[in-house]
Design a binder for this molecule. Structure first.
Ligand SMILES: Cc1cc2nc3c(=O)[nH]c(=O)nc-3n(C[C@H](O)[C@H](O)[C@H](O)COP(=O)(O)O)c2cc1C
Length: 299
């Protein structure tokens, strides 16, 4: 749903032969998040954007005595003063902040190996998924959250300004991969009934991708598979993990299409000894990758 937009301020600043236009808009995102308003301050020169500042009402926690509207108005005053004083300096100070990152090529299947144990049972599941994709001549990428630099989400809500996170760590690469794929497979052990910490960091930080989709629309038709291993016996060991990962998929517009849940791993030790499991995993992956192939051929 498109947010309703209102113009708060528009100022034309003439400096010699250049004309700068400063505008401050508000967008009401209440239909998506109760009370969320985003303020965007823009400066253009000859219809080219040279500076942008955004802030939203969710950034200001209950104990912070400021509001997004107040901050955006203050910044508008400040920018207007700076442009009138020295427009060239203003342009130089803001230009580099608008540079964009290069977008990598698409990946057919992204497998997130969520266990911190590099040679454990989730690693075996991830390996089978990758080999199944390679059998079809598909390009697979594996992500190991525990080996990557992923800061925890700090709930600053600044991703709802721009669609990207304030931290410049490995999450940019991870989100690029997730955005580019048609099939996302999460392989996770059950840790205290849910996902391990490293995987949870990744899940929370994907809120930036959720914000990006909300602000500029997102890819549709992506599918998600859950492969999980629990030490103990019984399906109830997967109750939380399947909920968490399904919620993660839905938050990103990814449809959860299936799961393979392997219990009793502590007793079994090596899940390669379970009859037909490898075949089951490979066939599931091939099935959803082939669906993509069919869709591509139809298109
Ligand atoms: C910190 C920790 C917490 C765990 N919590 C659970 C649990 O709540 N339920 C369960 O069934 N197994 C639990 N396990 C066992 C793992 O799910 C099991 O060993 C699994 O095979 C690990 O996957 P991996 O071989 O890919 O590392 C836990 C293991 C660890 C290390």
């Amino acid at each position: 749903m498109e947010p309703s937009t209102a113009l708060i301020r528009r100022v034309e600043i003439n400096s010699g032969k250049e004309q700068y236009i400063l505008t401050l808009n508000s967008e009401d995102f209440s239909a998506l998040y109760p009370g969320m308003v985003r303020y965007t301050l823009t400066v253009t020169e000859d219809e080219q954007t040279i500076a942008v500042f955004r802030t939203n009402s969710y950034e200001y926690s209950p104990l912070v005595p400021l509001s997004a509207e107040e901050i955006s108005r203050r910044t508008a005053d400040e920018w207007e003063r700076e442009i009138r004083l020295n427009p060239m300096e203003f342009v130089l100070n803001h230009q580099q902040k608008l540079q964009k990152r290069a977008v990598p090529p698409p990946v057919d299947i992204v497998v997130i190996q969520g266990s911190p144990r590099a040679h454990g049972n989730c690693s075996i599941l991830a390996g089978w998924a990758v080999e199944a994709a390679q059998d079809l001549g598909r390009h697979a990428q594996v992500i190991y959250p525990h080996d990557m630099d992923v800061h925890s989400c700090i709930g600053c809500y600044q991703c709802y300004n721009t669609g990207s996170c304030v931290f410049n760590d490995d999450m940019g690469t991870i989100i690029d991969a997730i955005r580019s794929t048609s099939l996302l497979v999460i392989c996770s052990p059950v840790y205290t009934n849910t996902v391990p910490g490293g995987l949870k960091l990744l899940i929370d930080r994907c809120q930036a991708y959720h914000a990006e989709r909300l602000l500029s629309g997102g890819i549709t038709g992506q599918r998600g598979l859950i492969f999980s291993v629990a030490g103990r016996e019984g399906e109830e060991n997967f109750t939380c993990i399947t909920r968490v990962i399904s919620a993660f998929f839905r938050n990103l517009g990814i449809t959860p299409v299936g799961e393979i849940l392997v219990d009793r791993a502590d007793a079994i030790r090596d899940i390669r000894t379970i009859p037909a499991l490898e075949h089951h995993v490979r066939e599931k992956v091939k099935h959803y990758l082939s669906m993509k192939e069919t869709a591509e051929k139809k298109a």
